[in-house]
Design a protein around this ligand. Structure first.
Ligand code: MTE
Length: 338
């Protein structure tokens, strides 16, 4: 995917500097303590980690502001022997996942990102949640890592370009984070904004996209338990090239929705315009649900190339998560709402 949006480069200071420290000191844990805690948590959940697919019989919540704990749900389903697809999709190797990356803030060359992203400073890092919320908050990364229910989730990731991977993320359902800010009834959309720091992100010095990178979801998509904030993969901290320290993962949508290096989350009444829609709205729609029946204007989406495999696979509706998410789009024309 290439974009042709023209913007002028201007030098910005770091946008995620701490503006207001609201960290509850009693909840603060240092990085080492977090790593011990998270590895215990991941261990506890690893039995429940799986690749969810259309054949699974998980009962997931309808969209509401209540959070389902998918990790717990997986475990209980597993105990009942109701899951059939635990080993269906083999995870890609750490090397594949970390050496083939789309991250335009650094480069449009997938193999170069691992090298160029090394200079990125990810500590300190704050995340601001604002907009249509009763309680706007600025959270320090350490507070997020120590207070959120981290678990492992193995998801398929399907890029709009036609390649896919299977990635064992660690992270937590976004709804746990959103709930902290108490969204108002006007909050219909959730916008995500990436870091703007051209001093370190050399791709931001050219106009490949209108920086910073932005993405958005409907509130019910954002509250769905499959919607993950990833903080790690393969049991380690999230590599910089994969979006450290916080990135979104929406497994049933094309992966350009899964925005990396998030600094701001805004709850909005109106649907915002995301970076790729702004660059080429006829090619990259707001919904971007994986759909083998709706072709990209320049290529088919019927098949995909799983990294590491020779023979192409058939692309699955909603990337194989139809059973969990199709109800969100009931009655919608998915060709118009691409
Ligand atoms: N997030 C930001 N901030 N910048 C990007 O260029 N690329 C997107 C998405 N998130 C991108 C981003 C695209 S097009 C894809 S395919 C995935 O990240 C790639 O994720 P991965 O490199 O972890 O496989």
């Amino acid at each position: 995917m290439r974009s042709y949006k023209k913007t002028s480069y201007s030098k910005h200071s770091h946008t995620n500097e701490i503006e207001n420290e609201v960290t509850d000191q009693s909840l603060y844990l240092n990085r080492r303590a977090f790593i011990e805690k998270s590895s215990r948590t991941i261990g506890a959940y690893s039995l429940g980690a799986m690749t969810l697919g259309s054949s699974s019989s998980l009962l997931l919540a309808n969209s509401s502001l209540a959070c389902e704990n998918l990790g717990q749900l997986n475990k209980s389903q597993l105990d009942k022997g109701q899951l059939h697809n635990i080993t269906q999709d083999k995870s890609n190797s750490l090397s594949e996942i970390t050496r083939y990356n789309n991250y335009y803030e650094f480069s449009t060359n997938k193999e170069a990102v691992i090298h160029l992203a090394k200079v990125l400073t990810t500590e300190p890092w704050t995340l601001t949640i604002e907009g249509e919320v009763e309680k706007p908050i600025i959270l320090d990364i350490d507070k997020i890592l120590s207070s959120m229910p981290i678990e492992e989730r193995i998801y398929r990731l399907r890029c709009v370009e036609g390649w896919s991977m299977v990635i064992p993320w660690s992270g937590f359902s976004l709804c746990h984070l959103l709930k902290l800010a108490l969204p108002t009834s006007k909050a219909k959309y959730v916008e995500f904004v990436s870091l703007l720091r051209p001093e370190e992100m050399i791709g931001q010095r050219i106009d490949s996209l209108d920086w910073p990178y932005r993405e958005a979801l409907r509130i019910d998509e954002a509250m769905h338990p499959l919607t993950l904030i990833a903080t790690g993969l393969y049991g380690q901290d999230l590599p910089k090239q994969n979006g450290a320290p916080l990135r979104l993962v929406v497994p049933w949508k094309y992966a350009f929705k899964s925005i990396k290096a998030i600094t701001h989350i805004r709850l909005l009444e109106e649907q915002p315009i995301s970076s790729w829609s702004k660059a080429a709205s006829s090619e990259y729609g707001f919904y971007a649900n994986v759909n083998p029946k709706v072709a990209h204007p320049r290529w088919t989406q019927r098949r995909e190339n799983r990294i590491g495999e020779i023979k192409k696979r058939r692309t699955q509706m909603f990337n194989g998560y139809a059973e969990q998410v199709a109800h969100l789009y009931k009655g919608m024309n998915l060709e118009k709402n691409y």
